[in-house]
Write a protein that binds this ligand. Structure first.
Ligand code: NAP
Length: 302
């Protein structure tokens, strides 16, 4: 175990290095690669010789990612895309000229207060589900192999309110909004696989409890740091959190396999395939969530 980069309360030490098999000649589209588990995965793919298209909303963080990849074996590019802005998602999709072997829908947010996207969507639903839904529909014809959707076990307490998905009438709180967005992700995967058939495999992953930027949710840096310190015994590093994504992307898996860490409460550990409760597999709910995505984004799959 290499403790070199470990600072107490900042990021638990990785149990293992994220070493991927040779990715030379293969192209990955990874969202949310400027931080956390997406960054770890993107760097691992580039180090394994793959080409990484990592659309990013923040120029500085994009530059840091490119610098971190250095002059490794693969190529890494960071075109602009903000998932909280459908026009930006469309511009990125229109600009894409390469085929994609693996699409990793990973970007996600939590917020301490209710906010809206450029299109007036509740921010968590817009960023964690509607933006990725639109992106995937717009680039699906370019995906040759697999689409991974990053879910979360919080789907287990999620409820999709089809009458008020944006919390305009009901009371907003971060947990309800996050759990709704992640339940949408779980159900969307099912409806997506239904439509793609044998054209591409759809899998799901969750990182357990990974020490990443998404833990900075309170709006107070001090409180965020305190939470990270107190919870660090239960969480794992971003690199270990990325391992379920890597397995979901490369493992020999059945359609809609859900990969997460195998340890206590599924918070940390080595990747394993986990069951999804009926809430996350309902065919009726999946079709309702697909219809919600189509209605809100104006995108669909042929
Ligand atoms: N960490 C956990 O314990 C945990 C548990 C369950 C599920 N997850 C899921 O894992 C995924 C990755 O999260 P993380 O933990 O690695 O968090 P993170 O460190 O905060 O990374 C989130 C990534 O998403 C990007 N992003 C956010 N909003 C975006 C937008 N509007 N447009 C484009 N990119 C956007 C961020 O970009 P910026 O750098 O510009 O902010 C960042 O690269 C998320 O889907 C999250 O819900 C995480």
């Amino acid at each position: 175990m290499d403790l070199g980069a470990y600072r107490w309360g900042m990021n638990p030490p990785p149990l293992t290095t994220l070493d991927l098999p040779d990715q030379l000649g293969r192209t990955w589209l990874i969202t949310g690669a400027t931080s956390g588990i997406g960054e770890e995965l993107a760097l691992a793919v580039a180090a394994a010789g793959g080409t990484v298209v990592a659309p990013a909303r923040n120029r500085e963080r994009a530059a840091s990612l490119v610098a971190a990849a250095g002059k490794g074996a693969g190529r890494l590019e960071t075109p602009h895309m903000d998932l909280a802005d459908l026009a930006s998602v469309r511009r990125f999709a229109d600009s894409l000229t390469t085929d994609i072997d693996v699409l990793i829908n990973n970007a996600g947010v939590v917020s301490p207060r209710r906010r809206e996207t450029a299109d007036g969507f509740e921010m968590l639903l817009g960023t964690n589900f509607l933006g990725p839904f639109a992106l995937t529909n717009l680039v699906a014809h370019r995906v040759r192999e697999r689409i991974v959707i990053t879910g979360s076990d919080s789907y287990k307490v999620g409820r999709v309110d089809l009458d008020d998905p944006h919390f305009r009438a009901r009371r907003w709180n971060p947990m309800s909004a996050y759990a709704q967005s992640k339940l949408c992700d779980m159900l969307w995967a099912r409806a997506l696989q239904e439509r793609l058939g044998s054209r591409a495999l759809v899998t799901l992953a969750h990182p357990g409890w990974a020490a990443t930027g998404i833990q900075n949710v309170t709006g107070s840096k001090l409180l965020d740091r305190a939470i990270v310190v107190v919870t660090s015994p239960f969480s794992q590093s971003a690199a270990d959190g990325a391992r379920p994504l890597a397995e979901a992307a490369l493992g020999d898996l059945a359609p809609l396999s859900y990969v997460g860490p195998d340890g206590f409460m599924k918070w940390k550990g080595r990747p394993e395939v986990q069951s999804v409760s009926p809430r996350g597999t309902s065919a009726t709910s999946a079709e309702e969530v697909w219809a919600l995505g189509v209605r809100e984004t104006g995108t669909d799959l042929a």
